[in-house]
Design a protein around this ligand. Sequence first.
Ligand code: ATP
Length: 267
Amino acid sequence: KLLKSGWLLDLSKLTLGAAIGEGEFGAVFEGEYGGQRVAIKNIKSDVTAQDFLEETSVMTNLRHKNLVQLLGVILHNGLYIITELMTKGNLVNFLRSRGRLAVSATQLLRLALDVCEGMEHLESKKLLHRDLAGRNILVSEDSVAKVSDFGLAVAKVSSTTPDNLKLPVKWTAPEALKTRSLRYDVNVMRILLVQVKIKVQQPYNAFDSREVKQIIEERRRNDARSNCPEIIYTQARCYRRQNAEQRNPNRWMQDRLETEKAQNISL
Ligand code: ATP
């Protein structure tokens, strides 16, 4: 489908530049395609390249200012996945490399809202991302945050996950650890806001995975509130409702509007 529908790009128009990152399945380079600056992800093994080709087709339905845009693929040296270049790198590095005072509360909120809007668009397409994390949020030249890495994204067809699915424990909703329900993008969103708020320390920094699981199951929380703009705190708190239904992604729009209202008043 991907290959038939105009997503196959022309190798001769591609210039490969320096390596800018390393993912699980290969290096990421910057470069140019037909004069536009792009990022190139090279998937080397034939088997995974085939998988990625299928997974990438999820991205062909997506076009949104807060989702990293797929430009196309090239079948060369395995698979090249070409996307728009996000020159300021991933959100974790972006925030870590800047001092506490360099990113204002308004900017932080803007970044968080960018992610909300991207996720909201995914939700509207009935897609679950399932791998939302700071390292998968990239920042553009003009400091817009966009969600990337749709490798694990799935259509929201079933309410349970397969037993063998790897879960990012620290980011996972309490009930998902037990019932393996798929409703955890929103909880991840909450943790992400907490990360943004404390300038990207790993959540539950001082604990190992076993302890973290226990803390989440017992519903003791990572509740450092210091230096957090009130609105971000309130928004994050909203995502940790005990009842999964109340964490319904459809609330995002409403929450966002409320947040923006609050922003006008208090920032
Ligand atoms: P996976 O979860 O599939 O292992 P990953 O998140 O570990 O992936 P990649 O998505 O391959 O890794 O990206 C690795 C790094 O390369 C990112 O964290 C980011 O710093 C950089 N990168 C990836 N895509 C882009 C892009 N479009 N523009 C700029 N930098 C990018």
